[in-house]
Design a protein around this ligand. Sequence first.
Ligand code: SF4
Ligand code: SF4
Length: 373
Amino acid sequence: MSPIDYIKDFRDSKRIKALAKLIQNEVDRPINIMEVCGGHTHTIMKYGLKQLLPDEIDFIHGPGCPVCIMPKERIDHAITLAQDENNILATLGDMIRVPGSKSSLQKERAKGKNIKVVYAPFDALKLAKDNPTKNIIYFAIGFETTTPMTAALIDKVLKENIKNIYFHINHVLVPPPIKAIMDSKEAIIDAFIGPSHVSVIAGAKIYQEIVDLYKTPVVVAGFEPLDILESILWIIRQFKENRREVEIQYSRAVTWEGNIKAQQLINKYMQPRENFRWRGIGDIPYSALKLKDDYAEIDAEKVFLDILPNEAIDDHKLCICGDILKGTAKPYDCKVFGTACTPQNPLGSCMVSSEGACAAYYKYGKVKLVKEV
Ligand code: SF4
Ligand code: SF4
């Protein structure tokens, strides 16, 4: 028997069709499934999974993209910090394209501001060493998945006594927005597919509270089409067998407890933030992290407090990203989708990141059209 190919075998069209057929045979009620993570939205759109599945299965796209949920005022912080010629603002990929209240980091970079895209947090360390007379401000983003890398960078910076690097922490957590969405009762959600890489770090245990509170199955799933389809089958079976559980489909790397060492490293330096405003969703208490007070000397929000704007800024009035992130609208419901708002000229954050629902619909939208014609 040949060894499993973890890419090809999980994208094999015969297996995909067979699993879709099994789902068709077994489903006996409508199920609205929120895929929390933009990575899953991307796979669903790319492989046309909605089209393969029976009408009883509907997908609701969730708030799991760190770029999509970043409120304008945090982008404004980054832009403000980059105005000082003593500073170099460093951040990851797509974040530089997200519109703030008046500009984006990309536009400011084009004007000559010192803004660097890094590919991993540790690149900021090299920047600090290469530019000893500048303040490097690392604009840290991401869910539980990327937080350990920021924590590891903080650890290194403190151990090596590097004095010219500061952290603007924007790390967010997956369970609190799920609870906020369920508590709002605006969207009807029967079950969740949770992102596997978040649980590689935080464990599958983080979803038990969701199951207990809302009686919704949660399946922690990998990112390949077969992973998602298998998770849907497991959700159907939970309903048929009258079970409501957290299940781990992505057992290739996810455990119930997660990576304890990574969790300890995060907890050493960070703690939950009393409040974080999610773009389009609003204030969610304890839904993000901040540096502990003991590390105030490297906390950009404290060191540069005097210059940071603190006004909360709403999205463009035509943008319905908030409704999309809450599961009450789809990208095609937006009046400016694909016209005034495109990946080249995004009006809202969901069109920026490749993991954003609007960007995924824009890129793979033809697949949807095939079904609608
Ligand atoms: S950061 Fe991870 S959880 Fe969030 S959208 Fe991207 S892939 Fe999904
Ligand atoms: S298409 Fe653009 S403006 Fe409309 S919801 Fe998506 S990001 Fe916002």
